[in-house]
Design a protein around this ligand. Structure first.
Ligand SMILES: [Zn+2]
Length: 245
């Protein structure tokens, strides 16, 4: 009887361990496929490391309430940033995007509806990409040259699509993901950004958050602190141009 229970327990423990190992392996493959720093020169994760510069990036907007507050803060600290916008939000709030460009910020493509490239057809992804290019041009008079695929997912099709449209694929520095979209608290966002800030970092933030937005309060701390440390805030294209010097 006890023997039977013992063997059953052993069996359960071994099965759980195998599932865990499998998950770790899958996760590793996923990370290597989508965030392979060394082998993916076409994917931009940071700027030059020899200059005291960073690029703040804000995804998923524009948002009628949050984005203007972020723009006010950037203006206060003479900081330039890059906004990876969602086409359908640009359609709803074009005035906010116009203000971004007039203030010297950069606008990049983040697809029309935040499409998941892993679960949709290439045709659908291409249409979302192109519709967003079109609406950005219509609203700002400028062609977007940066593309950030939603969730940071990419493959060869995404790389080819972007390069055919004259766009660079831009992700973010791997240590600069505060997950501010999940409302993790002001401190978590501030600590992620400030604890590991390196020259040339591309910092990932969001100006359209579904839950409570902690990003603005965090920025009120991040901007003066990085400025005090001597960092300059550039757009992603300005950062990339530095690299070519
Ligand atoms: Zn996004």
């Amino acid at each position: 009887m006890y023997k039977k229970i013992f063997y059953s327990l052993m069996f359960i423990i071994i099965m759980i361990s195998l599932i865990q190992i499998n998950n770790i392996m899958l996760n590793k493959v996923f990370i290597e496929t989508f965030f392979d720093v060394e082998n993916s020169r076409e994917i931009i994760l940071n700027g030059p490391k020899d200059k005291k510069v960073v690029a703040l990036t804000f995804d998923d907007g524009p948002h009628p309430r949050y984005t203007p507050k972020i723009l006010d803060l950037l203006e206060k600290y003479h900081a330039k940033a890059t906004f990876f916008v969602i086409g359908k939000h640009v359609k709803l709030y074009p005035e906010v995007v116009k203000r971004q460009v007039l203030s010297g910020h950069e606008v990049g493509n983040h697809t029309f509806s935040h499409i998941n490239i892993r679960t949709n057809s290439s045709n659908k992804i291409w249409k979302e990409f192109q519709d967003t290019q079109d609406i950005i041009y219509k609203v700002t008079g400028k062609k977007a040259t940066l593309f950030r695929p939603p969730f940071g997912f990419y493959n060869n099709m995404i790389k080819n699509m972007a390069s055919q449209a004259g766009c660079s694929v831009v992700l973010w520095s791997t240590h600069q993901d505060s997950k501010d979209w999940s409302s993790p608290g002001v401190d978590k966002i501030v600590n992620t950004v400030l604890n590991k800030t390196k020259n040339g970092d591309i910092i990932l933030l969001h100006d359209y958050v579904e839950g409570k937005c902690h990003t603005i309060e965090a920025l009120e701390i991040i901007l003066p602190e990085l400025k005090k440390k001597g960092f300059e805030f550039l757009t992603v294209s300005e950062l990339l141009n530095l690299q070519e010097e």
